[in-house]
Design a protein around this ligand. Structure first.
Ligand SMILES: [Fe+2]
Length: 425
């Protein structure tokens, strides 16, 4: 086996700052678009972010139709509905205004209307065919309204494949939006539970990419063009991830506690973007891999601040519930990294040894989860030990990201980590 010696960094184009949404019209026009599909969800469609985007598009003379039926935590069915609208409308570009679910829906509407194919063609294997995206997509300007997924900076789109009861992804660098417009004013309407869940998703992106297996421990691809974007931790992704961890330490709790804390909301947006560039070029590992069966299993849980028409474990919550157990378990593989992550989270690590890294990191995460009123473990969202086989089975197809675990993980590992995560404290 030849080990990898090369890593890549794809940077995203973003504009950042309060009021930046007002630039969407001229920006879309500069990308050559005259008639776009504005993608959003029903709740967001009534809020100022969408109103401001519409005003700006109109002012720039860009025609648009609105698709406002994005499902929060999308499914194959909800994606197909958006794809059908995109195909029928034959638009020359896309604007998305919303959380990760919305931005991801716009990515796939763009993909399948630009390069038509059977739905499973581009879905990641083993569930889908994993076909390469044949070429660039149409321009897509993404306007996030949560400080979370970092979807505006990545080429990933995640959905719930109902037939298989599992979340999976389409991932290719061509899916990365042409431009992210990151406007902290758009997070002013975020309910506290949404701020908490999306903020913990940011933190987990940063921690997972920072502790992921290093790029140079992986096998080099024979074809350099097939080097995956989920290539492992590398010197440039580390810079973004480490800074995102520090920003979360300083601002996450404040941003949840007070939606009018402009400094905190702005810095959580920065953290989200930084973490997005970090994990978009490194990858995430077990907390994300194990989160997909958790959200797919939900029966009755409906947190405050989310649409109450369907049960949901928001992505950020499903990720963070197993994070303490994962980091405690994984730390043995690279203890210094875990200790450094704890230090970046403002833990006093003076006098600690590298061997303490996992416990210190798990401890500070649990303290943060309590502060922002997370449910206590899988039991807290209605999942019990009788669900263990389903949880394990749903993690096995996530090899794209489980292979980035710093410590090799198998079925027994997942069983142990889910069991340890039934309660967090
Ligand atoms: Fe995430």
């Amino acid at each position: 086996m030849t080990l990898e010696t090369v890593f890549s960094t794809d940077a995203s184009s973003v504009i950042f700052g309060p009021g930046a949404t007002r630039e969407v019209g001229p920006r879309v026009k500069a990308l050559g678009c005259h008639r776009v599909l504005l993608v959003t969800d029903p709740r967001m469609a009534l809020l100022p972010a969408v109103a401001n985007a519409k005003t700006s598009l109109t002012g720039a003379g860009v025609e648009f139709d609105i698709f406002d039926r994005v499902r929060v935590e999308p499914t194959d069915a909800s994606w197909k509905e958006a794809i059908d609208v995109a195909v029928a409308g034959n638009y020359d570009g896309f604007v998305s205004v919303g959380g990760g679910s919305t931005i991801d829906t716009a990515k796939v509407a763009n993909l399948y209307s630009t390069h038509p194919a059977d739905f499973m063609a581009y879905v990641y294997p083993p569930l889908g065919e994993g076909r390469q995206v044949p070429g660039p997509l149409k321009p897509h300007v993404a306007i996030p309204t949560t400080a979370g997924t970092g979807s505006e900076t990545t080429g990933n789109a995640i959905f719930d494949l109902h037939s298989a009861h599992v979340k999976t992804a389409i991932a290719h660098r061509h899916l990365r939006p042409s431009l992210g417009i990151i406007d902290p004013d758009n997070t002013r309407t975020m309910p506290p539970m949404v701020a908490a869940a999306s903020g913990l998703d940011v933190l987990s992106h940063a921690l997972e990419s920072f502790t992921a297996r290093s790029f140079d421990t992986r096998e080099a691809p024979e074809d350099p063009l097939k080097r995956t974007v989920y290539q492992g931790a590398n010197p440039l992704s580390d810079i973004w991830s480490a800074r995102a961890i520090e920003l979360c330490a300083a601002y996450l709790v404040r941003a949840v506690a007070d939606a009018d804390d402009d400094e905190a909301r702005t810095n959580m947006m920065l953290a989200s973007t930084a973490a997005g560039i970090g994990f978009g070029n490194a990858g995430v590992h077990l907390p994300h891999a194990m989160s997909y069966p958790i959200s797919a299993l939900v029966q009755n849980y409906v947190p405050d601040g989310y649409p109450n028409d369907h049960a949901i474990v928001p992505h950020g919550i499903s990720v963070i519930l197993t994070a303490p157990a994962v980091f405690r378990w994984a730390a043995g593989a690279n203890p210094e990294r875990h200790l450094e992550a704890a230090r970046l989270l403002e833990v006093d690590t003076r006098g600690a040894t590298a061997a303490d890294g996992g416990d210190l990191l798990a401890g500070v995460l649990i303290a943060l989860m309590k502060q922002v009123e997370m449910p206590n473990g899988l039991n807290g969202v209605g999942i019990t030990m009788t669900d263990l086989p389903t949880l394990v089975k749903g993690t096995l197809p996530q090899s794209r990201i489980t292979q980035l675990s710093p410590r090799p993980a198998d079925e027994d590992t997942y069983r142990e980590l889910f069991t340890a995560s039934m309660t967090n404290w």
